[in-house]
Design a protein around this ligand. Structure first.
Ligand code: PXP
Length: 249
């Protein structure tokens, strides 16, 4: 079974579009509530909830994360920048996992994953702090051998391979090449003892191919599920994607 990490950032994006300035003055009408969505998503079969607390707080807010920490029945995966401030926040919050993602141009590798090679000392400091606190770190990286090898060397237990380049190439002649590099990345990470997750740009169509990647543990999916939920509701949107991830199971 491939697990589903439901990313609810874009529920908060819709809320912030209206209530960024004056949430307190709107009483109980502040909507939509990402925590309610997360609980409904869990009930529909999501195996964990993912949120990205960005430094600019453009969607998820600190209060959302604390409420999720208190109310989730599954796992909380906190995506965050690799900074001392966010490391301190995660040590207080104690999510089940943190996923280190790039937020600035300089931290980004070829296709958009975290450049672990170019930010080795900072990544090591964060992974060490999390390992010391019993929080598992996932590194969101491109499927490149140098990034994967260093993730293992720095003792990060999990990698999330960036599927964005593949998703962007889906309707182009480059798709097979991108899929092959994801496949090789999964094999390499597994050989090194890493748990292999993947995410970004996965949807109801490309899941048919993505699910064939070897050694996949969990997929983190947000935009496509939130978009589908506008028409079907979150329950059906989650159930349908999970069924496509694991047909016949
Ligand atoms: N994984 C990571 C590390 C992310 O930052 C995101 C959000 O951009 C996702 C997965 C989910 O991507 P999407 O919203 O395209 O499904």
């Amino acid at each position: 079974m491939i697990l589903l990490g439901l990313n609810i950032d874009h529920c908060a994006t819709v809320r912030q579009a209206r209530y960024r300035e004056a949430p307190a003055s709107a009483g109980g009408m502040v909507e939509p509530d990402p925590v309610t969505l997360a609980l409904l998503g869990e009930r529909a079969g999501a195996d964990g909830i993912t949120v990205h607390l960005r430094e600019d707080r453009r969607h998820i807010q600190e209060r959302d994360v604390w409420r999720l920490r208190e109310s989730l029945a599954t796992r909380l995966n906190l995506e965050m920048a690799c900074t001392p401030e966010m490391t301190a926040f995660a040590l207080k919050l104690k999510p089940d996992t943190v996923c280190l993602v790039p937020e600035n141009r300089e931290e980004i590798s070829t296709e958009g994953g975290l450049d672990v090679v170019g930010n080795r000392a900072r990544v090591k400091a964060c992974v060490d702090a999390m390992n010391g606190a019993g929080i598992q770190t996932s590194l969101f990286i491109d499927p490149e051998e140098a990034q994967i090898d260093l993730a293992a060397k720095l003792r990060a237990p999990i990698v999330e391979l960036h599927t964005g380049a593949y998703a962007n190439a889906y309707f182009t002649p480059h798709r097979a090449k991108e899929f092959q590099s994801l496949r090789l990345g999964c094999v390499r990470a597994h050989e090194l003892g890493l748990v292999v997750n993947a995410g970004h740009g996965i949807n109801y169509v490309n899941i048919a191919e993505i699910r064939a990647l070897p050694h996949l543990h969990e997929l983190n999916i947000g935009h496509s599920i939130i978009s589908r939920a506008l028409f079907t509701g979150i329950d059906e949107a989650v159930r349908e994607l999970k069924a496509r991830m694991n047909p016949g199971k």
